[in-house]
Write a protein that binds this ligand. Structure first.
Ligand code: PBG
Length: 334
């Protein structure tokens, strides 16, 4: 690095005008950086608000199709679909996850029929389907690893069959990526992408999402900390990612995003596959609460939060702000 000295160097020269600032900008947002999570419910012509996520709704399948149209017009390439089941569909083992006609499978088929080029990413996990709200099958307080994987493999195949482009195992069971990859290969789904939630932390920031998918109060006293990662850990995230890559993940994910920017950066430096980051519900709600109170400026705060995630090394970001940011990009405001 050349030594720099004032006044030969005045770093402010490159900050003087909007034009020079954008020419030398190191990070830029594009619509293809944005993955838009959408919540789907049973019914017709429904758009239900989610109390803790102002501006985010649950949609019936017909309304999801309208949102997809918006996504396409805005240049968004990928959506993430999450089902909210009616409570009588849930049970202790998450049986409906293995029903080929379950809500998410019907939604996938309808979206793919109308928008074949819009990519869809779906969670592989049992929590929307279980009465206790855990991502797996439980025995007392224990979440059973290998038994859960048996269900996850079946769920993954059903999602692939219904047209899901990207499977995102978000359950954090050990060894599930390998088992899912083998099953996909054996069943001819050679091109189905696996985006593993490799570094998924047991986080307080998922609270509003739990309301969105009607997860209710979690059974047991340890939350999800016997399977999701401990927020004190950094090197463990590297182990999770290397295992998942060895087992057949095409993409890895970090979640949440803002409290874990160091993890995104480290993964991006060490590994040669794409890394997605999930700006989760609590990050959204936190910003929206401050914005609605007039404590933060909407445009600047949201853009800065998302740019930070990209600058840390995320190649795409799951964010509930996706349509808003895409619109701003389209209007030349970002
Ligand atoms: C399910 C899942 C969760 C989220 C995405 N998939 C919740 C959890 O693991 O408890 C959270 C997303 C968000 O908060 O926006 N495994």
């Amino acid at each position: 690095m050349t030594p720099r000295q004032f006044p030969a160097t005045r770093l402010r020269r490159l900050r003087r005008t909007p034009a020079i600032r954008s020419v030398v900008a190191e990070t830029n947002l594009h619509q293809s950086d944005l993955i838009w999570p959408l919540f789907v419910i049973e019914g017709d012509n429904l758009k239900q608000p989610i109390g803790s996520m102002p501006g985010v709704f649950r949609y019936s399948i017909d309304q999801i199709l309208r949102q997809c149209e918006t996504a396409v017009l805005l240049g968004i390439q990928m959506i993430a679909l999450f089902p909210k089941l009616e409570s009588d569909k849930k049970d202790a083992v998450g049986s409906d996850a293995l029903n080929p006609n379950t809500l998410i499978c019907r939604c996938l088929k309808e979206v793919k029929a109308k928008f074949p080029n819009l990519m869809i990413i779906c969670d592989v996990a049992l929590d929307p389907y279980t009465t206790h709200g855990h991502d797996g099958i439980i025995d007392g307080e224990e979440i059973l690893n290998d038994k859960t994987i048996e269900s996850l493999v079946k769920q993954a195949l059903l999602l692939a069959q219904a047209g899901c482009d990207i499977l995102a195992p978000s359950d954090m069971m050990d060894g599930r990526i390998g088992k899912i990859r083998n099953a996909l290969e054996e069943n001819g789904y050679h091109d189905t992408i696996i985006s593993s939630y490799a570094a998924k932390y047991a986080s307080a920031f998922y609270g509003p999402f739990r309301e969105a998918v009607g997860a209710g109060k979690l059974a047991g006293n340890s939350g999800k900390s016997t399977y999701q990662m401990d927020s004190r850990n950094y090197r463990e995230a590297i182990s999770e990612v290397s295992l998942d890559i060895t087992e057949g993940a095409d993409i890895v994910m970090v979640k949440p995003a803002m409290p874990y920017l160091d993890i995104i950066k480290e993964i991006n430096n060490r590994f040669d596959i794409p890394c997605f980051a999930y700006q989760v519900s609590g990050e959204y709600s936190m910003l929206m609460a401050a914005i609605e109170n007039g404590w933060l400026s909407e445009d600047a705060a949201i853009t800065e939060a998302i740019l930070g995630i990209k600058r840390a090394g995320a190649c795409a970001i799951l964010t509930y702000f996706a349509p808003l940011i895409a619109q701003k990009i389209q209007d030349g405001q970002i």
